[in-house]
Design a protein around this ligand. Structure first.
Ligand SMILES: O=C(O)c1ccc(O)c(O)c1
Ligand SMILES: [Mg+2]
Length: 623
């Protein structure tokens, strides 16, 4: 698999872009003409810059408004092309992208366009270069790859081929299966992009909302299966016009890009086992059995506060680490680890972010296989020195520099608690009926959300749901659920766009992204509420009036909800959801207790604005 990315996909000047692209492991780069022109260096210098860091220039683009023009525009277009071919010779690339004409002057007609391309092929051949024709989804006469292919076929010139771009095909819901009819050697390059499903003008959607394959909603896998079936063996090139990416970190976006291509081709290889697809072998996406633990880094004082909250929720200290200042609290299948070491990642995480849930432990079928998949997808392994009798638990870096530990039932990892902790077998946990971690909510800057969507989706067998807008009094927060089919792993990613929202405040004050809340499941919310001594978030009477009106609740039931400050939601199938919250801790961390009944699979989104408003009021009052 040879990979490439268009310079337009990331931010920086041309030199910064090339450096980031090479560092992320791409083999090549598409030079967007504008990036070249505005950089100001000569074509020869750019050629040298790319060569010095091992990048091929796979494509020069775009050449606009060419086919089907009347004279004198037609002759002008050929003159323009000749100039660009000379430039390409200097740049050291042999392929130019010609995108379909959008000019009102264009005349249309397949044979007219084919004749233009045959002549362009002649000129290209004289300069030792090739041209590829791409149908823009909004092209005036040519806006479908099948028409572009017919033109290329009729042009019948070895220097003229087609360029396929997943966005143009999939945004118009064209059947990607039609690509299978194109001979692979006539496909000169393949451009890949995904996008969120938004109903809007095609050009605007394309220029601002594209994202990496796997980050959006388009069937890019089907598209790529069809391309692979043609025998196409050229580079897979990302071309992502995205406002956030243009302003983001070129390195981080490039790394996401590489990951997206590896993940894409891993999926294609599994679906098309007979095709020769060179992507690293790796285990399938990993099924998670449960969130086995969550680990907090804290100092002694804040740990005491945290322990107070845990105790109020019915957690019990069941063991101390054999050699470290680390305690284990448990209830049901929930393990909470509190780390007050003055050393290691927990400590540096505490110093950088304050008290935070910096690590989670996931129970999987095979921790080493998970490591293999994660690292094949470019995740960073995490290790730190371990003491005598301690286990080196396989781990990768996650959101905000936090850690995801991986546990399984292997002889060592399966006994991690007993091995590392002095656990008092006599302790009986009565608890308040909490059974497991329902979900983990991670808060981040909005710009980071796609990175983590791709990270989780590519490594673990999870799906993303549609993005939900959650209104905070100070701005919108975008919430994205990542979950597996069985509900064993549920993550909510919350993206803050400004520092005044509750989520934004948390990100700013804790210096980066991390877990902002943990939700624990119970089978009986009313019993849990009674059994706990937790200081809960108070809910306003207007909320209860509203849900009474919405759902027609009986007075008795409503009183019980009120008594526990419990939020309520119901889905169309009659599934029910109950949730209540702790008061905030530190800069806005909190716990949530939930009960799901009758297959309710949401997260109480209609309640979120009420919850946020109450939390903000509590924050202002200094509670
Ligand atoms: O938006 C455009 O104009 C444009 C240009 C070149 C491309 O390859 C493309 O897919 C879109
Ligand atoms: Mg394109």
């Amino acid at each position: 698999m040879r990979t490439s990315i268009a310079t337009v996909s990331i931010s920086g000047d041309l030199s910064e872009k090339l450096t980031a692209i090479a560092a992320a492991g791409f083999d090549g780069v598409e030079i967007f003409e504008n990036d070249f022109l505005t950089f100001g260096a000569s074509a020869r210098d750019v050629r040298q810059m790319a060569a010095d860091i091992g990048l091929d220039i796979t494509l020069f683009q775009p050449f606009r408004d060419f086919e089907g023009l009347p004279e004198p525009l037609r002759s002008r277009a050929f003159e323009r092309a000749k100039r660009k071919f000379a430039l390409m010779n200097e740049l050291g690339t042999d392929l130019m992208l010609v995108c379909s004409n959008v000019s009102p002057a264009a005349l249309g007609g397949i044979d007219r366009a084919a004749a233009d391309f045959r002549k362009l092929g002649e000129l290209a051949a004289q300069s030792g270069v090739r041209v590829g024709f791409e149908a823009l989804a909004w092209g005036r006469h040519v806006n479908d790859h099948r028409d572009a292919w017919e033109i290329v076929r009729r042009a019948d010139h070895r220097s003229v081929g087609i360029i396929l771009d997943s966005f143009h095909t999939l945004s118009r819901k064209l059947d990607p299966g039609s690509i299978r009819a194109i001979p692979g050697d006539k496909i000169f390059i393949v451009q890949l992009a995904d996008a969120p499903l938004i109903d809007m003008d095609l050009l605007y959607w394309s220029r601002h909302f594209r994202n990496m394959p796997g980050e959006g909603d388009l069937p890019v896998v089907d598209f790529m299966r069809a391309v692979a079936a043609t025998g196409y063996a050229g580079p897979l090139s990302l071309e992502i016009f995205n406002d956030q990416f243009r302003g983001g970190s070129p390195r981080a976006i490039s790394v996401d890009g590489r990951r997206s291509l590896v993940y894409l081709m891993d999926q294609v290889r599994r679906l098309e086992p007979d095709l020769a697809i060179t992507v690293p072998e790796m285990p399938e996406r990993i099924e998670v059995e449960r969130v086995e633990f969550v680990e907090f880094a804290a100092d002694e004082t804040e740990a005491a506060h945290l322990v107070g909250m845990l105790t109020a929720m019915g957690f019990i200290l069941i063991g101390k680490h054999r050699s470290k200042a680390v305690s284990l609290y448990r209830q049901g299948r929930i393990n909470i680890v509190i780390n007050t070491e003055n050393d290691g990642l927990a400590y540096s995480s505490y110093v950088a972010h304050g008290t935070s849930a910096y690590a989670i432990g996931l129970k999987v079928g095979d921790a080493l296989a998970t490591m293999e998949r994660a690292t094949a997808l470019g995740a960073s392994p995490f290790t730190q020195p371990v003491g005598d009798g301690e286990l080196q638990i396989p781990a990768i870096r996650g959101v905000g520099g936090g850690v995801i530990y991986l546990l399984d039932d292997s002889p060592e990892l399966g006994r991690v608690w007993e091995k590392e902790f002095n656990i008092d077998p006599a302790i009986a946990i009565q608890g308040a009926g909490l059974t497991s971690v329902d979900h983990v909510a991670q808060t981040m800057n909005y710009d980071e959300m796609l990175t983590w969507v791709l990270f989780y989706r590519s490594i673990f067998a999870t799906q993303k749901s549609t993005l939900v807008d959650v209104p905070d009094p100070s701005g919108l927060v975008r919430s994205q659920v990542i979950e597996d089919r069985s509900g064993n792993l549920r993550l909510t990613l919350n993206g803050a766009e400004n520092g005044r929202t509750l989520a934004g405040h948390f990100v700013n004050k804790t210096f980066g992204s991390s877990i902002q809340h943990l939700a624990f499941a119970t089978g009986d919310i009313f019993a849990a509420s009674k059994a706990m001594q937790l200081d809960v978030l108070k809910v306003s009477d207007t909320y209860y009036d509203d849900i009474e009106a919405r759902f027609g609740l009986d007075a008795d039931f409503l009183e019980r909800l009120k008594a526990g400050s419990i939020f309520y939601d119901r889905d169309d199938a009659g599934g029910e959801f109950f949730q209540f919250y702790s008061q905030g801790f530190g800069e806005g961390f909190f716990f949530e207790i939930v009960e799901r009944r009758g297959g309710y699979s949401g997260y109480g989104a209609p309640n979120a604005p009420f919850r946020i408003a109450a939390q903000k009021q509590a924050l202002v009052r200094g509670l």
